[in-house]
Unconditional design. Structure first.
Length: 440
C-alpha cells in the first residue's frame, strides 16, 4: 500500500541526510562539539518560523536574533522565543550581532543570495531555504564562497532526508531498473499568473517597510490584497521563481542525487512563457544531461507543472493508477520506477519485481544534522556544493521558459548560454543601488 504524506507532515516527522553524495567536505570550519550555537533567523513567520522551530529542537542551539521586515508578523516568534532580539532590518541585525555561529535564511527567494552571502562573509554557517538563489550566477557565487571559507551549509530541501526519497535513491543506485534513460517529473502547483500587473498604487501597511522588503529588487509601487506580500511573491518574476523554482528543488532532488547529475548540456522549454511581470503556467521543460554510471550515454529529463502532465506513452506505465499530483517517473533499461511525491516508490511492471527486496535506508533529521555539523559532529548532505548545482539546473529551466521553443546550449564551466545572447542576460541580475553585495 502507498503511504501518502504531505510536505507539512514530512517537516514534522522526518530527518536529514541523503545517500552517497559526492560533494561533501570533511574538514569544514566548525564550532566546538560542546558549544551552544548562537543562531539568527532571517524571516520570522511562515516557513521561517517552521525552520526556527525545527532547528531549535536541538538543545545545542539558542535563537538570539530574528529579522522580520513586517512587524505585524513578529508576534508568534516573540511569543515562542521571548529572549530573542527582534529586528526589522536584517542589515542592522548583522551589524549588531557579532557572536553568531549559525543562521537560517528563510525569506522570499530574491533575498536568499544577498543575506546568505553577507552571513558567510561574516563567518556564519548557513541553512538557506530553497531555491538557494534566484539566479544561476548567485548560486555559483554562494557555492564558491562556502567552499573557500570552509563553512557548513545546508539547503532547506528537507524532503531529501525523508525515508521514501532516500529509498528511491537507494533503489536507483542499486540498479533496480538498470540504466536510466529518461525521467519525467511534475508538480500540479500553479505559482504563476497570466494576468497583467494591476495599474494602481495601494497604501503600504504601517507594519511593513516596503523599501526593505523590496531589497535588491527594483523599486515599484506597493500592491495590496496579497499581490506580493506575504505569499504571492512566488508568482512574480522579480521576487520568486514560479512553480518550477518552488518545487523543482524538492522533486528533482532525488533525481539529481540518485543519478549523480552534473550540469545539463542543453535545455528547451516547450510552453509556459511568463508575461512582463509574472512567471508562466503549465510549463514543459526538457533537459539533456551527459550520462553517468547509472544512466545511458545521454539522459533526458522533462519537467511539467500546473495542468501539464507527461504524455500518455509515459503515463501508461502506471496502468489504471491515478497519476499523483506531484512526483517522478524513472524509465530504465530494465523497468520503471514510479515515485509519487513523498510516497512509497513503485517498481513496474509489478509482476517482474514481485520478489524484489526493497532497501530500507530509514530517515534522519535534516535540521539537526545541520546543527550537529556546525558543532563538529558529522556532515550535511545538501551542502552548497550539491544544492548549488541542483539550484543552477532548476533555475536554468526557469530561464528557458522565457524563450519557449528555443534550444539553449549551456556551458556550465563558463556560466554561459552559448547560442542565445538575450537568454544569457538572465543568468545574472543587477542589484538596486544601495543594496549591492560584494561578490554578487
Amino acid at each position: 500500500m502507498t503511504t501518502k504524506l504531505t510536505r507539512r507532515s514530512a517537516l514534522k516527522s522526518m530527518a536529514a541526510v541523503g545517500i552517497g553524495l559526492p560533494f561533501v567536505f570533511s574538514d569544514m570550519a566548525k564550532a566546538g562539539p560542546n558549544e551552544t550555537l548562537n543562531h539568527a533567523s532571517f524571516g520570522g513567520n511562515g516557513m521561517a518560523l517552521a525552520d526556527i522551530r525545527s532547528l531549535a529542537r536541538s538543545k545545542h542551539l539558542r535563537l538570539v536574533a530574528v529579522a522580520e521586515v513586517d512587524t505585524a508578523r513578529q508576534a508568534q516568534v516573540r511569543k515562542d522565543f521571548p529572549n530573542a532580539r527582534i529586528y526589522q532590518d536584517w542589515r542592522e541585525l548583522l551589524d549588531k550581532e557579532k557572536n553568531l555561529n549559525s543562521a537560517n535564511i528563510s525569506t522570499p527567494d530574491h533575498m536568499h543570495a544577498p543575506i546568505t552571502m553577507r552571513c558567510m562573509q561574516a563567518g556564519i554557517h548557513v541553512y538557506t531555504q530553497k531555491p538557494l538563489t534566484q539566479t544561476i550566477f548567485e548560486a555559483r557565487q554562494l557555492t564558491r564562497v562556502a567552499r573557500e571559507r570552509r563553512l557548513v551549509t545546508q539547503m532547506g530541501i528537507q524532503i531529501h532526508s525523508h525515508e521514501v526519497h532516500r529509498t528511491v535513491v537507494a533503489m536507483i543506485q542499486g540498479g533496480a531498473i538498470g540504466k536510466v534513460r529518461e525521467v519525467h517529473s511534475w508538480s500540479d502547483k500553479q505559482w504563476g499568473d497570466r494576468a497583467a500587473r494591476p495599474n494602481r498604487k495601494d497604501p503600504v501597511p504601517a507594519s511593513l517597510n516596503w523599501d526593505w522588503w523590496l531589497g535588491v529588487a527594483a523599486e515599484r509601487d506597493f500592491l495590496g490584497g496579497g499581490y506580493y506580500h506575504p505569499g504571492n511573491w512566488r508568482k512574480r518574476l522579480d521576487f520568486g521563481t514560479g512553480t518550477f523554482g518552488d518545487m523543482g528543488c524538492h522533486i528533482l532532488d532525488p533525481v539529481f542525487t540518485s543519478l549523480s547529475l552534473t550540469a545539463p548540456i542543453s535545455v528547451r522549454a516547450e510552453q509556459g512563457a511568463p508575461n512582463a511581470h509574472n512567471w508562466g503556467l503549465d510549463c514543459i521543460v526538457r533537459y539533456t544531461f551527459p550520462g553517468t554510471n547509472v544512466t545511458t550515454d545521454r539522459l533526458t529529463l522533462t519537467w511539467y507543472d500546473g495542468a501539464a502532465r507527461p504524455p500518455a506513452a509515459v503515463r501508461e506505465h502506471i496502468g489504471r493508477r491515478t497519476l499523483s499530483g506531484q512526483g517522478s517517473m524513472y524509465i530504465g533499461t530494465d523497468g520503471v520506477l514510479y515515485s509519487p511525491y513523498i510516497a512509497a516508490p513503485i517498481l513496474l511492471p509489478e509482476e517482474k519485481f514481485r520478489d524484489y527486496r526493497r532497501p530500507t535506508p530509514g530517515a534522519q533529521d535534516h535540521y539537526l544534522q545541520f546543527v550537529e555539523a556546525v558543532r563538529g559532529n558529522g556532515r550535511t548532505t545538501t551542502p552548497f556544493d550539491f544544492s548549488g548545482n541542483l539550484t543552477e539546473g532548476v533555475l536554468l529551466g526557469c530561464l528557458a521558459t522565457r524563450f519557449v521553443k528555443t534550444e539553449l546550449q549551456w556551458d556550465a564551466a563558463k556560466l554561459q548560454i552559448t547560442n542565445n545572447k538575450d537568454a544569457n542576460e538572465h543568468v545574472r541580475r543587477r542589484y538596486r543601488k544601495r543594496w549591492e553585495v560584494n561578490g554578487l
